[in-house]
Ligand binder design. Structure first.
Ligand SMILES: NC(=O)c1ccc[n+]([C@@H]2O[C@H](COP(=O)([O-])OP(=O)(O)OC[C@H]3O[C@@H](n4cnc5c(N)ncnc54)[C@H](OP(=O)(O)O)[C@@H]3O)[C@@H](O)[C@H]2O)c1
Length: 359
């Protein structure tokens, strides 16, 4: 009898220990959630505002160990921590909490049916990012290309990311300029609006108009273009509330924007390259560069594809412009290879801090 009592006591003791152990493991996921919850995307200056908290909360993704390792590797290329370029899915998480495609179609110098067709072909080929601007005079054409793709069931509005820019002439009337761009594009909201150029006399007011439009749901993310010194970037940032999600500057192998990319890291702001191929009239200079054409030959790719893949691997969003159906397709066929560390170093060595554009 005594032995039975001892056995029962030992059994209940074991059961108790087992239940305690189960309780402990069940608690772990909550703890992990808590930790992940703290790892917000690079925070915005207005992380305290309700709207932005809502946006960030809704779109946050869990950071895995693998992503962290990727993040460390990419930091060396000037990519901000927490802004891992996902080359498999072709996206990056912005500091606004929205996911953005890292390859898109540019539409500078395209108008009428040319712009409409380029946007339509790009969406048909799998692009999900479109770059336009009020000053290009083609927002309505771009809007028609988007609508055609939506009508044909190729994409939904939610699947695409549309960027437009506020021109300097409009900086005193930002709210009107935003409404006019929405109207011309035929959209209810714009994924990203950026100020087209630094203009110290009134760019703060223009940026504040974009901040207001974010709170009204007209714009999702906001950013800047053509700010070429850390001082100029900080001037705007220190006078406003929402940290720019993105800076769009002339960036290509001969002008790699390393100083600005390093400066952006503290803000979680990502670099987007305009003239990614050197711009119209300059592309052959880059395509025929011996280093670039040599790497292209080694991979059985074109120079354009090597340059575009380099942008993504170096942590630059790229928006090559094209009105040529074949080029548009060629430019998205860049996700099936990678440049070696040595090739990346060779590409880094091409930097001359030399711009093609004179503005
Ligand atoms: N924020 C700013 O101030 C600013 C300034 C300039 C541009 N941007 C934006 O950045 C985008 C990109 O710049 P960009 O279009 O001026 O210059 P880009 O993309 O560097 O170069 C465009 C040129 O490359 C050619 N091209 C494209 N793909 C090609 C390929 N696979 N093979 C051979 N040639 C190819 C195009 O010709 P085809 O048409 O024949 O393909 C065109 O002549 C613009 O479209 C615009 O959205 C912004």
């Amino acid at each position: 009898m005594k032995t039975k009592q001892i056995a029962a006591f030992i059994l209940s003791l074991v059961m108790c220990l087992f239940l305690i152990a189960c309780g402990a493991t069940e608690e772990q996921p909550d703890r992990v959630d808590e930790l992940v919850g703290n790892e917000t995307p690079a925070s915005s200056q207005t992380a305290g505002t309700d709207i932005e908290n809502e946006i960030q909360g809704n779109s946050q993704t869990e950071t895995t160990e693998e992503e962290n390792t990727g993040s460390e590797q990419q930091e060396a290329s000037g990519i901000s921590e927490g802004q891992v370029f996902d080359l498999e899915n072709g996206t990056v998480m912005l500091n606004s909490g929205y996911e953005m495609p890292i390859l898109g179609i540019g539409t500078f110098r395209l108008s009428g049916s040319e712009a409409e067709n380029s946007v339509y072909w790009a969406l048909r080929d799998g692009y999900r990012l479109i770059d336009t601007a009020r000053i290009y005079g083609n927002e309505a054409d771009v809007g028609r290309g988007i609508q055609r793709a939506i009508d044909e069931g190729i994409v939904t509005r939610e699947e695409i990311f549309v960027t437009t820019k506020m021109w300097t002439d409009d900086f005193d009337n930002g709210a009107e300029a935003i409404n006019a761009s929405l109207e011309r594009l035929g959209l209810d909201y714009i994924d990203l609006m950026i100020l087209h150029h630094s203009q110290p006399s009134n760019d703060v007011e223009a940026y504040q108009a974009m901040e207001q439009a974010v709170s009204e749901g007209k714009l999702r993310s906001i950013g800047l273009s053509n700010y070429y010194t850390p001082e100029d970037f900080d001037r705007l940032v220190n006078a406003t509330s929402i940290t720019p999600a993105l800076l769009q500057n002339e960036t290509h192998p001969y002008h790699q924007s390393m100083e600005m990319k390093e400066h952006l890291q503290q803000y979680g702001t990502v670099m987007e390259s305009w003239f990614p191929l050197g711009g119209r009239g300059n592309t052959q200079t880059l395509f025929n560069d011996e280093v670039i054409s040599g790497i292209a030959e080694a991979h059985g790719k074109t120079s354009a594809q090597i340059i575009l893949h380099w942008h993504l691997q170096a942590g630059n969003i790229a928006i090559p412009g094209s009105s040529n159906e074949d080029h548009i397709q060629e430019n998205i066929e860049i996700f099936d290879f990678a440049l070696t560390d040595e090739e990346m170093e060779q590409m880094t060595g091409l930097d001359r801090n030399e711009r093609f554009a004179g503005y």
